[in-house]
Write a protein that binds this ligand. Structure first.
Ligand code: G4P
Length: 542
């Protein structure tokens, strides 16, 4: 079928293209404590989605509406679930997909990045690139997601701006192209110079930072007078930048070769409106997405969307299961009956919602780039496609390289059936990857996770939801590689290695103690297939 035959006709197509063009769907990637929650609140505040900062999932005194989706989440005071925040700004609809803000990883964090068109890499001005940022950045690189860098906490003592740029270039190979430049060293933040216009915005703190920062535009002469030394130094640095060609360039940004850089401080709301303007002006709008066969599906094609995250148990009263779907093409109308590509069965969307923190609102219409949350979605799994009209399916979302492994056993032998059902359900939702082997038997599946927090979620849900409490025995493996049936017997016999089958897709995975053991195996058995899985970031031996 030709592309044009699948596109909505006339005005309808025009509206979809126009609406898609207004969408900016992005995530913030950062190391814990770099300020992601604070920045999310500041972005929402600027875009006037919430009346004062502190309503997303703030910490300490700023703690406002804390998500109460899971008792576990509450007990730990962290956000396990991902909220999708949707705000209007500058004529655009910004969809911010939240990634869990904890040192602990889960696959969810990575899957969110499969649903965005752009990522904001948030750095702490004093710390620069930190391990979690690097891991998440690698996923952006693997998925060709363009990155905008926001250097945060400029109001606190930190590093030299040029040194931070150098670190970005040296450690991740992205050419930094600053869009603005700070006047005043980190800890003495006076204001920001826009590089393209040369205009200066002086920033004045507002008490507590809980309202929009007061910004004042000053001409160059006046700025030089007011800021003196700090102004002269910034001008010197700008001249240097001009000399090394660190200017914004759209093609290399979209190709993931360069990254625009902005300086600011989320807590006092400095530089946040510049970040919003950059998202509106430079971040890519949703485009045609390739389906599983590689054919690009235009945004104006009939509705299609892909599940990138499943969330269970969000509402204790209903025990519902929610699927987060990114709209890839077409116009979504609540109530439409879609087809579930994996089963060919109809799926009713009467209860679609937009989710922001723990609040839900009914969502009536959505366009490419938007996220819809579908309740009662027990039949759906991560990666599934829903569509209207002619059949389409998107390629599955790759599962990431697990680094934590544990054997699960039912504590109560009488609840074995519930145990099996629960493990199968959590596998299909993608909460953990479930591996098994003949040697270990079906009673003792191996759970594989990107971060150990995923195990806590499994334990909690097995007990609360399936009434089949489990015990977990951690295994002394730290990485997994893909292999094949021909190599499996030889690998299985080696010490410090074990071959298991991933239930979801039948792939054979070999678990290895650590990178040193893997190196030895590779050296001694160069013929055996040991293929890296999609990086859960590190692929520590490579
Ligand atoms: P996260 O979600 O990335 O983990 O970070 P979060 O926003 O919770 O911020 C971590 C800490 O850094 C918080 O302080 C927060 O107030 C502070 N912070 C974030 N952005 C800025 C900034 O631009 N300037 C300054 N000076 N601080 C910033 P906390 O003491 O851990 O928590 P809180 O009690 O202040 O909320």
């Amino acid at each position: 079928m030709s592309e044009t035959a699948t596109v909505a006709g006339g005005n309808a197509a025009e509206e979809i293209v126009q609406e898609a063009g207004r969408r900016r769907t992005f995530a913030v990637i950062s190391h814990p404590d770099a300020g992601k929650s604070t920045l999310t609140e500041a972005l929402a505040l600027h875009a006037a989605a919430i009346s004062s900062a502190g309503a997303v999932h703030g910490k300490g005194e700023r703690r406002g509406v804390v998500s109460d989706w899971m008792g576990l989440e509450q007990a730990r005071g962290i956000s396990i679930t991902s909220a999708a925040l949707r705000v209007d700004y500058g004529g655009c609809v910004l969809n911010l997909l939240d990634t869990p803000g904890h040192a602990d990883f889960s696959e969810d964090t990575y899957r969110v990045l499969s649903a965005v068109d752009c990522a904001i890499m948030l750095l702490d001005a004093a710390k620069g690139l930190e391990p979690q940022t690097l891991k998440l950045f690698e996923v952006c690189r693997a998925r060709a997601v363009p990155v905008i860098t926001f250097v945060n906490k400029w109001d606190r003592p930190g590093r030299e701006p040029l040194e931070l740029l150098d670190e970005i270039e040296q450690r991740i190979g992205l050419r930094p192209t600053p869009l603005n430049w700070p006047v005043g060293i980190a800890g003495d933040f006076r204001g920001l110079i826009e590089r393209d216009s040369g205009g200066y915005t002086k920033l004045r703190r507002t008490p507590g930072g809980a309202t929009r920062a007061v910004e004042e535009r000053l001409g160059a002469e006046r700025a030089a007078e007011v800021e003196q030394e700090a102004w002269a130094q910034a001008q010197e640095e700008l001249a240097l930048l001009g000399g090394i060609g660190a200017d914004y360039d759209e093609a290399s940004f979209l190709a993931g070769v360069s990254c625009p850089v902005l300086f600011g401080a989320a807590l006092p709301n400095f530089g946040v409106s510049q970040l919003l303007d950059t998202l509106v002006g430079l971040a890519p709008a949703p485009g045609a997405q390739p389906d599983a066969t590689g054919v690009r599906r235009p945004v104006a094609a009939p509705f299609s969307g892909q599940v990138f995250k499943m969330q269970a148990n969000m509402d204790k009263a209903h025990r519902d299961r929610m699927a987060f779907v990114r709209v890839c093409s077409g116009r979504f109308e609540r109530g439409m009956v879609l087809t579930h590509a994996a089963t060919g069965r109809p799926f009713a969307t009467k209860y679609s919602q937009a989710v922001f923190g723990a609040q839900r609102t009914t969502l009536d219409t959505a366009f490419p780039g938007d996220v819809i949350a579908l309740v009662n979605a027990a039949a759906l799994s991560v990666g599934d496609t829903l569509y209207a009209g002619p059949k389409v399916a998107f390629a599955p979302i790759p599962s990431f390289a697990p680094e934590h492994f544990a054997v699960a056993r039912a504590l109560d032998a009488g609840r074995y059936k519930q145990f099996q059902r629960g493990i199968a359900q959590l596998d299909s939702e993608g909460v953990v990857q479930v591996l098994s082997s003949e040697v270990r038997g079906q009673q003792a599946p191996v759970l594989a996770a990107v971060g150990p927090l995923q195990f806590d979620v499994v334990k909690h849900r097995m007990e609360q939801e399936f009434r089949a409490p489990i015990e977990l025995s951690h295994l002394d493996y730290g990485l997994a590689r893909r292999t094949d049936a021909a190599c499996a017997p030889a690998l299985h016999g080696l010490s410090g290695a074990e071959v298991l089958t991933r239930r979801a897709d039948g792939e054979l995975l070999v678990l290895v103690h650590n990178k040193w053991r893997l190196r030895v195996i590779k050296r001694e058995h160069p013929d055996l297939l040991l293929q890296p899985l999609l990086a859960g970031g590190t692929n520590p031996d490579e």
